[in-house]
Design a protein around this ligand. Sequence first.
Ligand code: FCB
Length: 467
Amino acid sequence: MSSIEEIYPISRADLDLVRAFPKGFLWGAATASYQIEGAIKEDGRGPSIWDEFSATPGKVFQGHTGEVATDHYHRVPEDIVLMKELGLSAYRFSIAWPRVLPQGRGAINAAGLDFYERLVDELLAHGIAPFVTLYHWDLPLSLHKVGGWTNRDTAYAFADYADIVTKRLGDRVANWITLNEPWCSAYLGYGCGIHAPGIQDRQAAFVAGHHLLLAHGLALPRMRANIKSVAQVGLSLNFTPTYASDEREETKRDTELTDLFVNQWFISPIAHGRYPEGLFEALEVTPPPMQDGDLELIGAPIDFLGVNNYTRDVIRGGTIPARPDESVKVGPVPGACYTEMGWEIHPQSFNELLLRLYHEYGMQALYITENGAAFKDTWNGDGVVHDPRRIAYIQEYLQAAAEAVEQGVPLRGYFTWSLLDNFEWAEGYSKRFGIVYVDYQTQRRIIKDSGHWYKALLSAHRDASTL
Ligand code: FCB
């Protein structure tokens, strides 16, 4: 008889780990359109802000662009076979708005909707639940030309786009995410400008942030009208928990202000229907223009919160209060380990974050919609990529999540970022997050050790759930 180690090539500790997750818990991997699809000029797709931004010299590492990316647009069947091979029960991907509406509004590009319909049908045929994100940063360029997210009209255009997509796919897709990380769209895109559209204007970031939230709020009822009553809608927010480096009053103050800016800016309007107290003053901006009823729309109940988390920040206070976007981050923290992104590996903060979202913000259903790590992976041309540090990272973060489940947090699923190595925004292809390696010369996919390990973990969970 074969031993348990032969059946599941994972440790006994891993077997205990999976048992902490309830039956029906979803295991997935995540991607985003611009990061994997390529084919930016095919079948009627319109240009996006990321096409323009990445083509601008100096914006992305070594001038990399998403023009080819992982060529997923042409490799959907092959990539779904890969997902099946890994045993994923769910797959999170995003729809490129400019594929559906090349000008952002108006004429629909039938080929764009057809592409996503084929993708969804193929996933369903393989028993994989689609988690569809409507906006993962690739804003149609024509909307940008008239102000992008700083223009209130963009929120209405988004709601129309959400309506169009859910009219087509709402009979099949049961899990919807309006926006991915609006904090990044607003602040990285309009505040510090390291992401598209590359604007550096703090005030604009807060205006954009409000319109992103409004887009979510306006889309919710439109989407609900088109999807099945059992289907769910949520959004994915990024969180980086902040910790004080010492006990000084100044440190406590700057840590709290950074938390306000990094973690509370978006969850507070979503969960409580109001911006957190002191946010605009701390950032030295005026409140964004709001109309009556905006906050009610934004604060309407969601069915789940998608949580994206990779790391934490450790803050040290200065003698004068730092504006939270300029607070002093301590690093390297003695004894800590870091990923290739320079992000500290700190699973304990992940556990505390999940508890906070449940207790302080009352979130009744949570999915980890992104968690993972970039490391320098090397491939020697055969079928193997050893990435023990990624396995350790996911293992430790899952352990922290398992503890949260035991502490009563209603966690329903986990998506690792990412299924495939891909275009990592301003870092281009220099950072690999996949559990599957992509050889960009040939587009060959090689399952990394972490992918094999994840597969074994998922299969152990499936078997434990049927007992
Ligand atoms: C998140 C993004 C995702 C990916 C990871 C590493 O902020 O949502 O697209 O780039 O970071």
